[in-house]
Design a protein around this ligand. Structure first.
Ligand SMILES: *[C@@H]1O[C@H](CO)[C@@H](O)[C@H](O)[C@H]1NC(C)=O
Ligand SMILES: *[C@@H]1O[C@H](CO)[C@@H](O)[C@H](O)[C@H]1NC(C)=O
Ligand SMILES: *[C@@H]1O[C@H](CO)[C@@H](O)[C@H](O)[C@H]1NC(C)=O
Ligand SMILES: *[C@@H]1O[C@H](CO)[C@@H](O)[C@H](O)[C@H]1NC(C)=O
Ligand SMILES: *[C@@H]1O[C@H](CO)[C@@H](O)[C@H](O)[C@H]1NC(C)=O
Ligand SMILES: *[C@@H]1O[C@H](CO)[C@@H](O)[C@H](O)[C@H]1NC(C)=O
Ligand SMILES: *[C@@H]1O[C@H](CO)[C@@H](O)[C@H](O)[C@H]1NC(C)=O
Ligand SMILES: [Cu+2]
Length: 601
């Protein structure tokens, strides 16, 4: 109690009371297992990271409120579009088992929601874990329409916490922390709106791969690092791409760099300030997390809602026990830092065993595209004295470990809990999907062709499956197994976070070099060390290996169990706008009948 009277914690407590806390929010209405939410979307002036611009607000909030559910709940999510343009909402990672009309993809599962109209999404929370929801029309995720989702596991689901050494009291504490888990929504924001950015890409002929600030639960600041810091921090991979050039004053690879942009027509003067250069500092709020100091652990759901940045995350002096990824438990791994690709989620336990005080939470873009950093604070008091010194960083402003002692999460070592072997299945189809630029620096293929944005306005494939163009669709039969190979060509390409709608997939393998095999079976005979069929990761978002020194490939496998039209795409928003997408017409032999209330005229 002494501390409460002393000046130290007072400012913190006041802040806690006056600032909006991004916690799992209020249920609008619960009737038995049915949970109803009502969300009004508006287009308003806002200042993310202190940047004045228009954003999409959900019930006047940014980020959109988190949804707290329990496994088995029936969700009713009513969206009213009070914006001057059409929209839709997708529930990222939610499998939409038997409800393909609620997947929120215009041109696939619904018509866009016109200004003034409403749409009622109805789906069952079949799986547990960490997810999020976001706008899925054009680049609207860039305009801030996103919020966290947490689904509490059913009592029948076995938890992996016993694999973290500890006694019964410890186990109880971990389970308790999990049931009170807090979302940490990591994202990025630009000065331009999504439409301004897209028009700039078209006029300038370049892939706009930089942002202006990183946000933690919607809060952040634009730091202009300055020439000296930027030059001193430029990484070796960045130098290799830059040649004799330098990063811009926003830390971005210059738009004239043809290694990163390819050799395509361009007009750099068509880019407004901030897209590639001309840093303008601004000051926004800093997110502060106040874990309950009376508990031994706190649990955080790290969610990447970033549209371009690959975000490394660390809390000074606090290791992270990773216990779930993309809404599926894993054998817990103790690390100091995690890198989140766009759309990925990592659930972590943090031991609250350090002296009372403020610990900096650091976020940093880890990609070659840009140097961009941000921060937040975790503050607690556990009765063990007050920490006065600045806390020790685990990662630098480029997301690199600060010493050899720092443990970086290694994706290849992750084992799902429980895991599932997929070595014995009979694979019905193998698709090799080529990822490369398509005639312009900002246009892309996933397969033979580029998926045009105009198809968002077309008759949805769920209603008219026969209209799907051959090169933009894959047709599968229900109950079959499908292998998807992503064949990344040799030009410099970032890791592409591939996201599959509907059910999760298994990550079979990846490698350097050209995919020149007829099937996964053949490849596994030639390069067995590149595959894992016994304990493959179970994900809904996973990156292709970066292509820096030649082509690379990624092999995924999934089971067709949910007939419907589902998108497969890169979760970098400008790449999705640029056509890196494909429609999966899953279970065409068992195509669902769309309920009366979802019929379109
Ligand atoms: C930088 O390199 C390019 C291509 O290698 C060359 O054309 C240009 O003259 C160089 N510029 C300077 C300032 O060295
Ligand atoms: C390049 O962009 C500038 C600014 O928008 C414009 O004035 C100019 O006409 C463009 N040049 C070409 C060749 O299109
Ligand atoms: C980014 O890093 C610099 C250098 O450490 C720091 O001064 C600045 O506050 C950081 N920016 C943010 C938004 O945290
Ligand atoms: C990650 O783990 C794999 C498998 O154990 C290992 O081969 C690889 O060297 C590790 N990578 C790093 C960067 O430590
Ligand atoms: C791409 O074209 C090849 C050759 O015509 C075809 O076999 C394959 O199915 C096509 N892939 C897609 C995804 O359309
Ligand atoms: C689709 O296949 C899955 C797995 O075999 C099965 O459980 C499901 O009932 C099938 N759905 C339909 C509509 O036939
Ligand atoms: C695949 O390509 C590599 C290198 O280009 C070559 O060495 C190898 O023999 C090829 N494998 C097959 C099965 O064609
Ligand atoms: Cu991409």
């Amino acid at each position: 109690m002494g501390l409460f009277r002393g000046g130290l914690l007072m400012p913190a407590l006041l802040l806690y009371i006056v600032s909006f806390v991004y916690g799992y929010g209020e249920i609008v209405k619960r009737t038995g297992n049915t949970v109803s939410f009502q969300v009004s979307l508006t287009w308003e002036d806002w200042q993310p990271a202190g940047i004045p611009r228009k954003m999409i607000l959900a019930n006047s909030q940014f980020p959109a409120a988190p949804l707290e559910l329990k496994q088995g709940d029936d969700v009713e999510f009513l969206v009213t579009n009070n914006m001057p343009f059409s929209t839709s909402v997708h529930f990222h990672g939610i499998e939409q088992q038997d409800t393909p009309w609620s997947d929120g993809v215009p041109g696939l599962s619904q018509m866009p929601i016109a200004p003034g109209d409403s749409f009622l999404y109805k789906w069952r929370a079949t799986n547990y874990g960490s997810y999020f929801y976001h706008a899925h029309k054009r680049g609207q995720q860039e305009d801030g329409m996103y919020g966290a989702i947490h689904i509490r596991p059913d009592a029948s689901i076995e938890k992996p916490f016993a694999l973290i050494a500890g006694d019964n009291a410890d186990l109880k504490a971990m389970e308790n922390a999990e049931s009170n888990t807090t979302p940490i929504l990591l994202s990025d924001v630009r000065q331009l709106t999504s439409e301004q950015l897209w028009q700039a890409e078209i006029a300038g002929g370049r892939d706009a791969f930089c942002a202006n600030a990183l946000l933690v639960n919607g809060k952040g600041t634009v730091t202009c690092l300055g020439r000296q810091t930027i030059d001193e921090s430029t990484t070796i991979p960045q130098r290799m791409v830059l040649g004799n050039q330098s990063l811009t004053d926003t830390g971005c690879l210059p738009p004239t760099n043809e290694v990163a942009q390819g050799n395509y027509p361009h007009n750099i003067s068509a880019f407004p300030p901030s897209v590639f250069s001309e840093c303008t500092p601004s000051y926004g709020m800093t997110e502060r997390l106040y874990p309950d100091a009376s508990q031994p652990y706190v649990s955080y759901d790290l969610v990447s809602a970033a549209v371009i940045s690959t975000i490394s995350f660390a809390i000074d002096e606090h290791p992270l026990y990773v216990y779930a990824i993309d809404g599926h438990y894993v054998e817990p791994t103790l690390v100091d830092t995690i890198t989140l690709t766009n759309g990925a989620r990592y659930s972590v336990l943090v031991k609250l065993d350090k002296p009372a005080g403020d610990y900096t939470i650091r976020v940093a873009n880890n990609g070659v595209n840009q140097i961009l950093n941000g921060s937040a604070l975790m503050t607690y008091h556990n009765g063990a004295g007050v920490q006065q010194r600045p806390s020790e960083p685990s990662i630098s402003i480029v997301g690199a470990p600060t010493s050899s002692q720092i443990r970086v999460l290694n994706e290849s070592t992750i084992v799902p809990f429980p895991s599932q072997a997929v070595s014995e299945v009979q694979v019905a189809q193998t698709h090799v999907l080529r990822i490369h630029r398509h005639g312009e620096s900002y246009l892309w293929t996933l397969g033979n062709s580029s998926f045009p944005l105009s198809l968002e306005e077309a008759a949805p494939l769920l209603f008219y499956p026969s209209t799907g163009e051959k090169d933009l669709t894959i047709r599968t039969n229900n109950g079959t197994w499908v292998d998807l190979i992503f064949d990344v060509d040799g030009d410099l390409q970032p890791p592409h976070p591939i996201h599959k709608h509907s059910n999760k997939f298994f990550v079979l393998g990846q490698g350097d070099g050209k995919w020149n095999y007829s099937s996964v079976t053949e490849a596994a005979q030639i390069v067995p060390e590149s595959f894992n069929f016994e304990t493959p990761q179970i994900r809904d978002t996973f990156v292709t290996p970066p292509a820096a020194a030649g082509p690379t490939w990624l092999a995924l496998r999934y089971h067709v169990v949910n007939p419907g039209a589902f998108l497969l795409h890169c979760h970098i928003q400008v790449h999705l706008n640029g056509g890196m997408a494909l429609a999966l017409l899953d279970g065409v032999d068992e195509w669902p009948e769309v309920p009366e209330e979802y019929q379109i005229s």
